[in-house]
Ligand binder design. Structure first.
Ligand SMILES: CC(C)(COP(=O)(O)OP(=O)(O)OC[C@H]1O[C@@H](n2cnc3c(N)ncnc32)[C@H](O)[C@@H]1OP(=O)(O)O)[C@@H](O)C(=O)NCCC(=O)NCCS
Length: 153
């Protein structure tokens, strides 16, 4: 049996999701726009606005606890995937099974991941899933170049 399942029902994990988004250690290597306020995020989640955006809550099968989020951004057919595990669950080997659940939903074609070159844990994780370095990417969202990894199945 898998250790985790993933679900688009973000509303059921609203508070844990918000806590994750505001943890500076978790966000260290993540780019993107500055977070909204917690209250604003709570409103958007409860309106169901996160439920159909390719975002999945990762849930521990044995405890029912929210352990993180994963998902993808669709860029002209290329799916850029991401994963974020809550700090208290780091090192529990939950990231790989969560991404394997995601592949069951989105397949393994045209899948990429953009990773900070200093994010060694993440690079190891994605390499162990078969991703290979493809090119450098530069964006205003990040302070330095990132590496695009590609899953070539
Ligand atoms: C990256 C992240 C998802 C990994 O999750 P984790 O719970 O820390 O790691 P896991 O226990 O699931 O281990 C997954 C793999 O990471 C690697 N890993 C785990 N801990 C590591 C460590 N301390 N040092 C180096 N590699 C490590 C291993 O290769 C492991 O694979 P294995 O099980 O085959 O040995 C998590 O640390 C995280 O959410 N970080 C913040 C957000 C982030 O950087 N997301 C990725 C953006 S691309």
């Amino acid at each position: 049996m898998n250790k985790v399942f993933i679900t688009q029902d973000i509303k059921s994990y609203c508070e844990e999701y918000i806590e994750l988004e505001f943890d500076p250690d978790v966000r260290k290597y993540l780019g993107g726009l500055p977070r909204k306020s917690k209250e604003e995020m709570r409103i958007h989640i409860n309106l169901g606005e996160y439920d159909s955006q390719g975002i999945y809550a990762i849930v521990d099968v044995s405890t029912g606890a929210f352990v993180g989020r994963c998902g993808y951004l669709d860029d002209n057919g290329e799916k850029e995937i991401y994963i974020v595990i809550s700090k208290k669950y780091w090192g529990n080997r939950l990231a790989k099974p969560a991404l394997q659940e995601l592949f069951k939903i989105i397949g393994r074609k045209n899948i990429t991941a953009i990773i900070d070159p200093e994010n060694i844990k993440s690079i190891k994780l994605f390499r162990s899933l078969g991703f290979q370095e493809s090119c450098c990417v530069i964006s205003n969202c990040w302070q330095q170049k990132h590496i695009k990894f590609r899953l070539d199945d």
